[in-house]
Design a protein around this ligand. Sequence first.
Ligand code: URA
Length: 310
Amino acid sequence: MTDRMARLVAQHAQTSRLLGVDFVPAYRAGQGADAARPGPLPHAESQTFFADRPAQETPRAAAAVEVKPGPHAERAAHAAAPARPAQHITPTTPITPGTPAARDPAAAAARLEAIRKRYDEDAPHRHFITSFTNIVFGEGDPCARLMFIGEAPGEEEDKTGRPFVGRAGQLLNKMITAMGLQREQVYITNVLKTRPPNNATPTQDEARLCSPYLFEQIEAIGPEAIVTLGLPATRLLLDSVESMSRLRGQWHAFRTADGREVPVMPTYHPAFLLRSYTPENRAKVWSDLRLVMDRLGLAAAGPGGSQANA
Ligand code: URA
């Protein structure tokens, strides 16, 4: 390796480290995916609802949201209404038989577009967010096997209209790559589709108001598994008030309105991980992702990047 190449590699490693990134698993020729499996996990730590946002940001008061009906309110209220008891399922529990909503990419893309249009018209965020630049609906494969759901767009996402493109997004990209996937092969979205003032954590009322569109996105895509990133998404999908330390590391189920049970794996939000970049937290997230990989039959990425079996 030339001096210049060595310097470039060292700079890249340094940048990644500053970003809090070390998710590319170690790979040795002749060893399987288990080479990257972390050792036994330390005891789970407690995490509060607000721990998913940087400490310097001020959480808003959880004010009750006054809801004025939008043009599609009836449908939205209907979709949001049923309580969804959280279910625990083991990795070997078969997914309830049911046809994924769409395996036809064009049909799934058209349905997503219709949901996006309805979201734009209804603008459920108008009750609590009045100042933002772009609606961040979500992006990725309309027939993705795996969905990632975060909490709300941040500054970069607001500017670009794309989910997870800031620092947390760069870490999420590394996590996806480490799972042997490319970002384009998964679908990424958020509970809220617009940036809350000061990046505040969504209140339960706000999450519920926006939930019908998210739940319909899940139905349209028909993923085989969902990773919820942080507590707001986890609690919304599982209809739970448990802490992340109790919920992560095991499978739960989200029941769609069309009767499918989608396995859900909660894990820490990448922004939380960037703030608390301890070996324990990294091991916990990697172990959660390994459970997802096992369920989907994915092998960790080798040095050349992702595999094509998604
Ligand atoms: N955090 C989120 O929860 N979502 C994004 O899109 C970006 C950061």
